[in-house]
Design a binder for this molecule. Sequence first.
Ligand code: ABF
Length: 223
Amino acid sequence: MLSQNELKQQVAKAAVEYIQPFLGSGVVVGVGTGSTADLFIDHLAGFKDQFMAAAASSERSAQRLAGLGIPVLDLNEVQGMPVYVDGADEINARLQMIKGGGGALTREKIVASVAERFICIADESKVVERLGKFAIPLEVIPMAVNAVARKMRTLGGDPVLREGFITDNGNPILDVAGFSLDDAAQMEAIMNNVPGVVTCGLFAIAPASVALIATQQGLRTMK
Ligand code: ABF
């Protein structure tokens, strides 16, 4: 039986193979955040002569990329990217995700929005029938924490302030548990509309384009 880390290794390697046809001399690769994304970065470094640079969704990933000799561009310098590769905390059959367990959700959503394709990489423990068992992270403007928390309670959620954590953008995170989502896109729209919410960790309105899932039986591709 493969460990979770071995499964993550497997899918990280598969992701580098998957994006190879999209690489080229002027290409910028969008790179996500998290332990699976870290392993992807490590494998990507072996192919750094095949693309121009990366755009990263966190300071952490930017540092790892730069440390491996991959140039990192500010997103304002990037016109577009063929692929964005990132992990997820949960993903359903429609390729809708909950992300932000690592706290990088805002930059993840921004970088993903500039890419033509979102390639989700995960081990099979992340695949769910319904999103919501994993608490939905909300990046919130500091003065709005209590107002947003009250609003989440009226929606039936159970918000908890993530202790001792501030995002790369200088904001706190509320983790909202208690939902089992039939319509994740609708909930994302509702959460996006609450004043003070910077970003909601539901990636349902714009789901992944493809998911590469490492399982004990081998690699599974979900489209
Ligand atoms: C990021 O890293 C997230 O949005 C998610 O929170 C996390 C995935 O976790 P890991 O790859 O560490 O299992 O992609």
